[in-house]
Design a protein around this ligand. Structure first.
Ligand code: CP3
Length: 340
């Protein structure tokens, strides 16, 4: 496949940084919002033609260099027996975890089969654009499993359990890891071209604790893709100085959140690992002039760093004007990056 995204991931020099966005599938696109009038999120995910259409929408409507599978990180808890509902206010579980549940989780691989047929459908519809598969990091997925009330966004229950029941927590985290490993094998076999691990709530515990307890599990999941020659991107949001632990034994690229500058991140991440990021999604609420000022400020970094993928520092917010996003994609593609 001829792709600037895959070329960058494999360490080749390119004329410009490739561009795609976290949460580009769905959310901000008018064509998605139209589909949502007659279909629930769940029904879109489970219908291969529609899931494929939503996955490929940002290629058509925004011009990005890669597609990300339309699905959600929370189908892993569903696959081990939890009852998930996507309400208007976000996801919730009808049976949030309590201590006695821990040993009852059993992985049912058939709950994930629809994702593999979606991947095959997407690859059949468009074999010109790389497809990113994904799953949630163990900690992020664990935190959501305690959410029985979609309006409580605090994760207090989860964190209380984590600190007061370490042994059971580790047991759950390991079960999630095992299910994720099977899941990524399935995604790889179905044909994904790249894999991203979303550890969005990495920063909710101290970075040393994450490194010690959870990072080895994340690496086990990332390794499944790497062992099959599928390049990997790790997104440990708010890992802060923990980024100094990121090296080639962990992932190929690391996605940086918007709290750090790209230059600082580049300095502390091992040189063998590429960087992805890190526009603040809220900048899309600013004027075109302010957005262009930000983009102009990236030219020096982009000239020097071929191992950089342009992306956000976290996903889109739902009320962002997609025309500004389209403008950013065009800007990145047309700018003179002055690369040799
Ligand atoms: O990047 C993409 O566009 C691919 C699809 C994708 C979705 N969720 C679709 C989705 C991805 C990669 C995710 C990841 C995800 N899901 C994360 C990690 C990244 C992040 O943004 O923090 C988390 C924490 C979740 C859990 C989740 N799913 C929440 C908190 C919500 C509700 C709020 C929201 O984000 O809209 C969801 C629902 C969800 N996942 C929607 C979509 C398109 C919205 C459903 C709808 O359209 O009604």
């Amino acid at each position: 496949m001829n792709s600037i995204f895959l070329d960058t991931l494999s360490g080749h020099k390119t004329k410009r940084p490739p561009v795609w966005f976290m949460r580009q599938a769905g959310r901000i696109l008018p064509s998605y919002q139209k589909l949502k009038l007659s279909h629930s999120f769940n029904s879109l995910m489970k219908n291969k033609e529609l899931a494929s259409e939503v996955t490929l929408m940002p290629i058509k409507d925004l011009g990005v260099d890669a597609a990300i599978l339309f699905s959600d990180i929370l189908i892993i808890p569903e696959s081990i027996g939890m009852e998930l509902e996507f309400t208007e206010n976000g996801p919730k579980f009808h049976n949030p975890i309590t201590k006695k549940d821990v040993s009852s989780f059993t992985f049912d691989s058939s709950k994930l089969d629809h994702v593999y047929s979606n991947i095959k459908e997407i690859k059949m519809t468009n074999d010109k654009v790389p497809l990113i598969g994904f799953c949630g990091g163990p900690l992020t997925t664990f935190l959501f499993m305690f959410r029985g009330n979609e309006k409580d966004k605090s994760f207090n229950n989860a964190l209380k359990f984590f600190y007061s029941h370490k042994k059971e927590s580790i047991e759950i985290l390991e079960k999630l890891t095992d299910a994720s490993i099977e899941y990524i094998k399935g995604q790889v076999n179905a044909g994904i071209d790249c894999f991203q691990l979303f550890e969005t709530y990495c920063g909710i515990i101290p970075s040393e604790l994450y490194k010690e307890l959870i990072l080895p599990l994340s690496v086990k999941i990332l390794d499944v893709a790497r062992d099959n020659n599928v390049p990997t991107i790790f997104f440990p949001k708010n890992f802060n100085d923990g980024l100094k632990y990121i090296n080639k034994d962990i992932c190929d690229f690391v996605s940086i959140d918007w709290n750090l500058s790209l230059e600082y991140a580049r300095d502390i991440v091992d040189n063998s690992v590429g960087i992805q990021g890190n526009m603040n999604p809220r900048l899309f609420y600013s004027s075109y002039e302010e957005i262009d000022m930000y983009l102009n400020g990236l030219l020096t970094f982009g000239e020097k760093n071929h191992d950089w993928i342009f992306n956000l520092g976290h996903g889109f917010l739902p009320d962002i004007d997609y025309l500004k996003v389209k403008h950013v994609v065009e800007w990145i593609k047309e700018a003179n990056w002055n690369r040799k």
